[in-house]
Design a binder for this molecule. Sequence first.
Ligand code: SF4
Length: 516
Amino acid sequence: MSDAFPPNASRAPDRIELDTAAVKSGGACASKDTMLDAARTAGKSEILDQYAADYPVDPKAGPHDQPQSMCPAFGSLRVGLRMRRTATVLSGSACCVYGLTFTSHFYGARRTVGYVPFSSETLVTGKLFEDIKEAVEGLADPENYDAIIVTNLCVPTASGVPLRLLGKAINGVRIIGIDVPGFGIPTHAEAKDVLAGAMLNYAREEVAAGPVAAPRERSDLPTVTLLGEMFPADPVVIGQMLAPLGLAAGPVVPTREWRELYAALDCAVVAAIHPFYTASIREFEAAGRPIIGSAPVGADGTAAWLQAIGDTLGLPQDKVDAVKNTMIAACRGALEKMPIKGRITVSGYEGSELLVARLLVESGAEVPYVGTATPRTKWSDPDREWLEARGVKIQFRASLEQDIAAVDEYRPDLAIGTTPVVQHAKSRAIPSLYFTNLISARPLMGPAGAGSLATVINAAMGNKERFDTMRDFFEGVGTEHAAGVWETLPVDRPKFRKKYAALNDAARKASEAVGS
Ligand code: SF4
């Protein structure tokens, strides 16, 4: 797929551009390559090749043509922190761990994050691995834990710290060692899959080896495992839709408890609600489970999803038709009651952007653009095809510049996006909503999802006048370096910024050379 939008030349990227010749030669942006080379030399080629296959990026993309994700380890960290009886240990630079723990607790993690610090000496002598082993052995109490997740961040991954040597279990506690480097995994969404896939792999091997603990809750009906995080009411709504078909909603993966992994593997079919869980899907396929894409969103999406379930499981068509007809009527009724009128651009990094766009289109909105930081996969094809047939431009692996260019191009009535996209839209008096907090945190599925977005969307679009008032009020106070009220307007000094950026970069490379 070609880019829906080239990066917007009129907008200065939020990274300081260095000398272009150096960029082209890889000099100024060599950090990622340096780390990759170091990791390969240190024996991590196999896992890096797997990540490159699972989480592809455009090989022709330049150093700045990529999603601007937060630290990917945040994704896997959150997945581990949400699990009961699971301990989490990070190994990485103190600044990375500070940021990751801060963000985790900001988002309400209720568990301690373990940390094994390192110094140049412990890194180069191999003592770091011994320190990690000691920490894990001290923590591995089966009274308290089912599993311990040990995560190598960038520097330990680049240095080849061999977590696999920790073994599969210590004192009967499962040990899951994962490498989650920013230079190998493009987004935090995909890092969730790294951990979910690793746990499913472990659980699958346990099932193959003999009897395992029964899940806490288990339906007698064949189940549909739901892949991807969703609003807590969504699995309930999906369960209600499946009941007349003689099916039940199974666990949501990533799971909240180790035993749920067995139940997830023991399903009739897996619904890849979020389409980027490539490693997890590999485990389900290895367990012989069929996979379907998309999700029951809106009337069309719900009907197509129920049909895909029926086709995959060979259910009688009259039964499937009866459920479809009921759900189509319920969804249409809800959508008609809560219409959305206006032009909306959508961008985000959760993996559910296409589903949200479908719901908006069915609600009556004009959606000219959807950008997602996640890659295109065959599991997103049904949503991509449905949206493209309605004239929506879709940008996979969207960069911030592409998302912002879309806002500037389409001048929407509402921009749904990541924080910097929302900030950009607001600076142009365009109402906007943060995808993660305000859109992901609502039901999307079936009749309950139809119409649920309308309240927040229509309220936000109704604020246009307030944005105009604010823009007019602040008119003339300057922007960027000249923002504020000045007796003498500050002079911009781009050459200074460039010079200090180059000095900073040289210092960073010198410190990296020590680490590698
Ligand atoms: S250096 Fe690596 S581990 Fe640290 S914050 Fe950046 S991406 Fe995350």
